[in-house]
Design a protein around this ligand. Structure first.
Ligand SMILES: [Zn+2]
Length: 295
């Protein structure tokens, strides 16, 4: 059965004190796409899953390069499990970035150096012959497999935000998120009447336009309250939306503390264990939830 599987660190060692990060498996019609892999432990679960389900290779989409989304990726590549890795490849956009920064002290060389320093973990993979690196920004609105599409963020929004991050005269946050988080790659999975939005650690502004098109939504940044409240306000009155929280952060950085088990929403949290989102569910499918419609 086609499924989306949010891995949980609940049964890992020291789960309450360790940030194991995100890992979501999208398994549809004989194709496996992995969205983020934040720890070796998750990577080992993925390898086990691939063995059980006869997958030789998977496609990996990295929402962004922070450790809690990336740390398991090299392990998967070393084990030759990934055919293509989609991520922000900003060197492809360095001329546009240089133009947007608009600081004549900057050169192509210095921008290249800045990008490879900030995104060093991604560029450390570029000489690896096991995997083909693909740029998400030039793949927006492209189907990666018949049901999985890279949806955003918008290319202009992203390049303007990154130009700000590379500009020493500017800060490195936008819309109250770090720029690296804010421009997380967004993925849309469509199957029958189910439309699932996966959005890493996106800021609300980057996903605002696409929220209304989805009936299953990952609450960004491990269920951070600030984004969740805005998403709920956008969906006010729509009681059939199912929210997913990937919060394997332990006690390290908070995650979904403020919204965990908040009444009024159909919400599933990896703190309680692995979450299966069956893609055969329709938008009106009911799941256990205490619907009060508060907030
Ligand atoms: Zn994160």
């Amino acid at each position: 059965m086609p499924n989306i599987n949010f891995l949980s660190s609940k049964h890992y060692t020291n789960a309450t004190t360790t940030n194991y990060g995100d890992c979501v498996l999208i398994d549809i019609n004989g194709k496996l796409v992995i969205y983020d892999c934040g720890s070796i432990e998750h990577a080992n679960e993925v390898i086990k899953y691939m063995k059980t389900n006869n997958y030789e290779k998977a496609i990996l989409i990295l929402s962004h390069q922070d450790a809690d989304h990336f740390m398991g990726v090299p392990h998967l590549i070393e084990n030759n499990k990934i055919s293509h890795l989609y991520t922000l490849l900003l060197l492809k956009h360095k001329d546009k970035l240089l133009e947007l920064i608009g600081d004549n002290r900057k050169t192509r060389e210095s921008v290249t150096k800045n990008i490879t320093e900030i995104y060093n973990n991604i560029y450390s993979l570029s000489n690896n012959t096991n995997v083909i690196l693909c740029d998400t920004l030039t793949s927006i609105n492209t189907l990666i497999t018949p049901h999985v599409k890279i949806l955003g963020p918008d290319i202009n929004y992203t390049l303007e935000a990154v130009a700000k991050a590379l500009d020493s005269r500017e800060g490195d946050t936008i819309n109250n998120e770090t720029i690296i988080n804010a421009v997380s790659t967004q993925v849309s999975v469509t199957f029958n009447n189910t439309k699932v939005l996966l959005c890493g650690d996106s800021c609300f502004d980057a996903i605002e336009e696409v929220i209304k098109d989805h009936n299953h939504i990952q609450l960004p940044h491990h269920g951070k309250e600030q984004q969740a409240l805005k998403i709920w306000a956008t969906n006010y009155g729509k009681n059939d939306i199912i929210y997913y929280v990937s919060d394997n952060t332990g006690s390290t950085i908070g995650g979904s503390d403020k919204i965990y088990k908040k009444p009024g929403y159909k919400m599933k949290n990896t703190r309680d264990g692995q979450i299966l989102c069956s893609l055969l569910l329709s938008s009106s499918a009911s799941i256990a939830g205490n619907l009060g419609g508060d907030e």
